[in-house]
Design a protein around this ligand. Structure first.
Ligand SMILES: Nc1ncnc2c1ncn2[C@@H]1O[C@H](COP(=O)(O)OP(=O)(O)OP(=O)(O)O)[C@@H](O)[C@H]1O
Ligand SMILES: [Mg+2]
Length: 509
């Protein structure tokens, strides 16, 4: 048992963090139960577990966001009890939370140095130095971010990168905790992150790393701990465990095949995109989607791949081209108009474009169809029906919640993602647009989401889906359109659908 190791005084010195018997409940929900975990000096310790297993809750307890009901935490041999992330930071624990935390109206540089800005004569902020220091830090990592820009104007991935740099460069941190840092990042950024992690390790900093991406775990972790239903199931050296074993420990059962058995698409074209153009982003993009077809969109960051979906949904200023669905030309103006014309859309950024975090699960699930299905003259009249419908979606996707009246913001990240997809399972649409539909969800939930996407396609709908995970595109899609420099650089299908082929078409020659 991990817990007994602490009796050996030699080991106490080498452990950066020791968690003893931590328990935590939210109401009736026992989220963590008698949890023990040891973090060694200079190791990358991966924390894995299904959505809702308690990973984020554990790190929130370590970093002073939540208070444990029971248990003890030792940092470098001394007992600690932080009351806020700020206190934790001062105490040597820097945490990068799952949800973006930055202050959108401040510049990149201000966010990077919040609370530790360089000062002139001891009190005035030295703006020139602030910006030049920040810019140098960014440049050294090979990132293309302007330090004077407002955070708000950056892409989600750049914003995440700024948070990462901030957490990693906290002076004096002996423990850095990262909760799904790569969920929003592109490959170049992931590489930059991994080299930062390597540097931290060299300095003897210990890292807790949470991710659902198996590949990453095997790439950077020294040890892995698996949580299930708030308990530690096993801690293992990474060399002594396989992907399959981890999955089995996570879900506690054998999983069915990851990708569903697909029904071949019909010949009839359901959606036709002709010369779609967005100035500076897309140049004459054309493709067709057949009934029952799942069409993938692939492309590197900045290629315009995500712009395709955003443009179709009215989130980009389209300057040319036409979109037809079921033979009718759509008027692409804004999301509201697009929904009215029958388009369903799952955004890549669930916090920004997706969920009402302060509203209930029920509200979020039926939000799109509240007016059309359950209301008359602006009043919700069929409340019961709405609740039943919502309950059905919760069940189909296995959304982990204490009930329909729980605030959606209190659900774990992956369960919020399921809700984001689930809301489009209610109501009738003509075409489905998806961006990163399984971002941050565990492998079991992936199976459920894939099954539902497949069911939407099987019902006759065209589905267009962007994902940065090529294996997901290959597993789910009939064809994949590759975007490079805002243009279609190839359309792959059948045996041509391989990671190598997609990458070859995606990379600028
Ligand atoms: N502030 C809160 N109030 C009520 N319940 C909460 C709160 N935070 C978390 N929970 C519940 O605790 C459980 C564990 O959530 P947690 O966020 O720790 O999961 P996780 O392992 O990080 O999952 P994911 O992989 O989806 O991010 C969930 O059932 C969640 O609904
Ligand atoms: Mg989490």
């Amino acid at each position: 048992m991990e817990g007994s190791i602490v009796l050996d005084s030699h080991v106490i010195e080498t452990n950066a963090l020791e968690i003893h018997g931590v328990s935590k409940s939210f109401g009736q929900n026992n989220v963590l139960q008698d949890l023990n975990l040891t973090l060694r000096k200079g190791e990358v310790h991966a924390l894995m577990g299904e959505n809702g297993a308690g990973k984020s809750t554990l790190i929130k307890i370590i970093s002073g966001v939540h208070k444990a009901d029971q248990g003890e935490i030792n940092l470098n041999g001394s007992k600690v009890d932080f009351h806020s992330p700020y206190e934790a930071q001062i105490g040597g624990v820097a945490t990068l939370f799952q949800e973006i935390q930055e202050i959108p109206d401040l510049s990149v540089a201000e966010n990077l140095y919040a609370g530790m800005e360089p000062r002139k004569h001891g009190f005035l902020i030295d703006w020139k130095k602030l910006y030049s220091n920040a810019q140098r830090q960014i440049d050294e990592l090979g990132l293309r971010i302007d330090a004077t820009q407002k955070m708000r104007s950056l892409s989600p991935s750049s914003r995440k990168m700024v948070e990462i740099i901030r957490a990693v460069h906290k002076r004096g941190a002996s423990v850095v905790i990262m909760d799904e840092p790569t969920a929003n990042l592109n490959q170049g950024e992931i590489d930059a992150l991994f080299s930062m992690i390597e540097e931290l390790k060299q300095k003897g900093v210990s890292i807790i790393y949470i991710s659902h991406r198996m590949r990453e775990i095997f790439q950077i972790a020294n040890r892995v701990s698996v949580l299930r239903d708030g308990r530690l199931i096993r801690t293992s050296n990474i060399e002594n465990i396989s992907e399959d074993e981890i999955v089995k420990l996570m879900v506690g059962r054998d999983l069915p095949a990851l990708y569903p058995q697909r029904t071949p698409p019909e010949n009839e074209v359901a959606m036709k995109v002709d010369n779609l153009t967005v100035d500076g982003e897309l140049d004459s993009v054309s493709f067709e989607v057949r009934k029952r077809e799942i069409l993938g969109i692939a492309g590197l960051e900045g290629s315009g791949a995500t712009s395709v979906i955003k443009a179709l949904f009215g989130l980009r200023p389209v300057s040319g081209g036409t979109i037809e669905v079921d033979g009718e030309t759509l008027v692409i103006k804004n999301p509201k108009r697009s929904i009215a014309q029958g388009l369903a859309y799952v955004p890549e950024d669930r916090k920004e474009d997706g969920l009402f975090l302060n509203k209930t699960v029920n509200f979020n699930l039926v939000a799109n169809v509240l007016k059309s299905h359950f209301a008359r003259m602006g009043f919700v009249v069929r409340k019961r029906a709405a609740q039943t419908t919502s309950r059905d979606v919760v069940k189909r996707l296995g959304i982990k919640t204490t009930g329909g009246m729980a605030k959606i913001g209190s659900l774990s990240g992956g369960n919020q993602q399921k809700a984001l997809v689930g809301r489009w399972l209610i109501g009738s649409y003509k075409a489905i647009l998806l961006e990163e539909p399984t971002r941050g969800v565990d492998i079991g939930a992936k199976v459920d989401i894939y099954e539902e996407i497949n069911a939407l396609a099987r019902s006759g709908l065209p589905v267009v889906m962007y994902s940065s995970e090529l294996l997901e595109l290959i597993g789910m899609c009939d064809r994949v359109v590759v975007i490079r420099n805002g243009r279609v650089s190839g359309i792959l299908s059948g045996d041509e659908l391989t990671e190598e082929n997609i990458l070859e078409k995606a990379i600028t020659s």
